[in-house]
Design a protein around this ligand. Sequence first.
Ligand code: AMP
Length: 457
Amino acid sequence: MLANLEVQSVPAGFETLNLIKPICRAVREEKYDSPTPIQEQAIPHLVQGRDLLGCAQTGTGKTAAFALPVLQWLEKNREIPGPKGARTLILAPTRELAAQIHESFRIYGRYLNIKQAVVYGGVRQGLQVRALSRGVDVLVATPGRLLDLLNQRQLRLDKVGVLVLDEADRMLDMGFLPDIKKVCAAIPSKRQTILFSATLPEEIVKLSKSFLNDPVKVSVNPPSSTVDKIEQKVLFVDREDKSALLESLLTEGGSLERVLVFTRTKHGANRIAKRLTKMKISTEAIHGNKSQPARLQALEKFRAGVVRVLVATDIASRGLDVDGITHVINYELPKESESYVHRIGRTARAGALGIAVSLCDAGEKSYLKKIEREINRPLTVDIDHPFHSESIAAKRSGGKPDSGNYFKGRGRGRGKGGANGSAARSGGKTKSSSFSRRGPAGRLANGRKSTGNRGRG
Ligand code: AMP
C-alpha cells in the first residue's frame, strides 16, 4: 500500500503537484498533457490541507482541481465513514453538474478503493438511500435533496473532513443559501473547505468569510476573458423570422456539427425542438420540466452524437460539459449578461475554439448592450444572412459588420424568405494550445472524438 502512495512523475507539469501514484495513473490515462492553470494554482495548496477560494468557470479544469486533492486526502486519511456517513461532501447547484462531478470522481479515483454516491432531486430517493446506507467516501449532492435526506436521518455528515462548494455563485442565485448553511452546520467545523465560483460577487466573498478558514485565493479566467477564444457573432433578425433563421443556419451549412441552442423559456425550448425534429434535424430539449432520467438521456444522446442539436434553458445548461460543441446559438439573448458568458462557455471547452451566434431582435437590444459591456467589446455583426434586419442593425453603433460567415456567396441582407443555394463556411475549429489532451482522444473541438469518458474527465 505504501508503495502505492509514492508520488510518481507524470507528463510534464503534473509531477510538481505531489499527487500519489494511483491518481497520476488515472490522470495519465485521461491523456492530460499538463495541469491547467487552475489545477496548477490550486492543487499544491489543497494537498496541504489549506482552505481555498477559487474563481474559475466550468471548462477550466476546476473539477480535477478539487477532485484530485480530495481523492488524495481520502487515500491518506483512510477511515470508515460508518452507516449513512460520508467522508467528503461536494455540493453542486444542478443535477447535471452533480452527475458530472460524480463521474469525474469515478474516473480519477479508478485506481483507489473509493465508495461514492450522488444524490439529487427529481428522482425517487430509494436508490440514493440505499447507496448511502453503508456510508461513502465521496458524496456529491445538490443542496435540496441532501437536506431532505439529512432531515430524514438517512444521512450523517459528522465524519465529513472535506467540503467542496462548487459553482457557489449559482447555488446562491438559485436560493440555496439557507440549505447550504444548514448543511454546513451539520459538518464538523474542523474540516477543509473548498469553494469554487465562476464569479466573485459580494455575497460570495461574504460566504467565504464565514465558511472558509484563512483560504488561499486562486483565480483564473475572470468571466470576460473566457470568451476570448470564442468567435462571437450577432445576427439582427425580426422576432418572427428567428425560427426560419435558425433552421437555415442548421440546414445550409455542414459546419454546425454539434450545436447547443439556448432559449429563455422551457416552452420555447420545446417548440424549437419540435420544429427541428419535424425538419429531420435530430434534436433534444433539456429544461427544468423534464424528468431527470429524460434530461440525462438527452444529454447522453447529444454527447454520443446521436442528436446534433440540444435546445436548453439556462438552468439546465449550467455545468453542462460536452466536448466538441462546435456552436452555441443564442436563440434568445439572456437577460443577465453573465448568463451569456456561461452559455457561450459551453463551446471552446478544454482549450478548443468555438463559435457563438446570437440572434437579436428589436426587443433584445438592451440585453445585447449589457452583454457587450460585460465582455468589454462589441460583438461582430453578421449581416450576411437572409433574414438580416437593417432597421434593427441601423439603431446600433459599434460592432464591425462581417459577412460571408454562414451564407457565403449570398447577397447581403436579402430580406425575408431566405435565398437558397448558399454554402455555409466551415465553422468547426481546431483546438488551441492552452491545454489539451494528448493523442487521438484529444481531438476536442472538431466534434469527432471526445475524451471517451463521456463527461468531464
Ligand atoms: P471542468 O472545468 O472541470 O468542467 O473541465 C473541463 C474539461 O477539461 C473536462 O472535459 C476535463 O476532462 C478536461 N480537463 C481537465 N483537466 C485537464 C487537463 N489537465 N488537460 C486536459 N483536459 C483537462
